[in-house]
Design a protein around this ligand. Structure first.
Ligand SMILES: C[S@@+](CC[C@H](N)C(=O)[O-])C[C@H]1O[C@@H](n2cnc3c(N)ncnc32)[C@H](O)[C@@H]1O
Length: 298
């Protein structure tokens, strides 16, 4: 068993049989459950729940925090595209006086026990508008929706986040580049495959380093952008090993889509992943995450 499968372990039969129920239509593609009418490229199934939770712990470690905005005593917090709700749940613990709302196309968690009493989930599609009144939240957070929001939708999507933020409230975006820095040919090839399937859904992740400009254009003040460089591979210690496990699991999650849409055989895909692992230990590539935050004017 290699170090990646040691971290994620083998899927239990129960996990394989678990199904996520949602009012958004889902279909099975190559043993993974995917949304049929959303641009989002990743699956919505129990394997992806484990990956998103793991990725949350990785990002908290890499950023040394769950947020960067200078919030002090927020009363209402919104997490857009909340995924498993881990981030929102931890914020509900850190700010017990606050009420935290997580919204997503699908409620996706296997562990209902970790939910705090001051947390609620609301089903919502941010591309169709959020079901919240104007000026409802002191802090609006959105993390890793770059594989879900088509390029032409970003400006209106951000105006929707601004609409529900209170004057003086903060909006924070966290995203990552697809292509790693110092990547070898196999790693670049995988990046190109992901870019290609995303492009077919109108997604353009090359804009991720410009998140701060997007926030300025949406009318926010005091905009700050920070980047965090995360090593990929065991050479990068604990965070590097976590990152390797996380992206390896993301590659498995995207395998059915990439192989079926780009005509790449499953064998070629797996071979590329093995080549990538070798490259990571030889070339020491890194992945760059960007966090940008800004304040709605008073
Ligand atoms: C990569 S996950 C990130 C989850 C969470 N933000 C985190 O960092 O752990 C992206 C999430 O966005 C959600 N999503 C995709 N398109 C969406 C949309 N149009 N409206 C709301 N949520 C969406 C997906 O269902 C998924 O849970």
């Amino acid at each position: 068993m290699n170090f990646l499968s040691r971290i994620f372990g083998k899927q239990s039969q129960q996990q394989k049989e678990d199904t996520i129920f949602s009012s958004s239509p889902l279909e099975v593609l190559g043993e993974r459950q995917v949304l049929t009418d959303a641009p989002y490229v990743l699956p919505k199934d129990t394997q992806e729940i484990s990956r998103l939770d793991f990725q949350h712990f990785l990002l908290r470690q890499a950023f040394q925090s769950n947020y960067l905005s200078p919030i002090t005593q927020p009363k209402d917090i919104l997490d857009v595209g909340a995924g498993t709700g881990r981030w929102a749940d931890e914020m509900a613990q850190v700010f017990p006086q606050a009420f935290v709302t997580g919204c997503d196309l699908v409620e996706q968690t296997t562990d209902k026990s970790f939910k705090q009493p001051n947390y609620r989930f609301v089903e919502a599609d941010v591309l169709k508008g959020l079901p919240f009144r104007d000026r409802s939240f002191d802090f609006v957070h959105q993390r890793l929706l770059f594989l879900a929001i088509p390029a032409h939708s970003w400006p209106s999507e951000l105006l929707e986040l601004v609409r529900v933020a209170r004057p003086g409230g903060w909006i924070e975006l966290v995203e990552s580049e697809i292509q790693a820095r110092n990547a070898g040919p196999a790693t670049q090839r995988m990046g190109q495959w992901i870019i290609e399937v995303s492009k077919r859904r109108g997604i353009d992740s090359s804009q991720v380093p410009n998140l701060g400009t997007y926030l300025n254009n949406a009318g926010l003040q005091n905009v700050v952008t920070r980047s965090v460089t995360v090593p990929m591979g065991q050479w990068g210690g604990r965070v590097g090993s976590m990152m390797a496990a996380n992206i390896n699991s993301a590659y498995q999650a995207m395998k059915p889509l990439i192989t079926s849409q780009l005509g790449i055989s499953p064998e070629e895909y797996e071979k590329n992943i093995l080549l990538q692992h070798q490259e990571w230990e030889e070339l020491h590539p890194t992945s760059v995450f960007y966090a940008a935050y800004g304040q709605r004017p008073h």
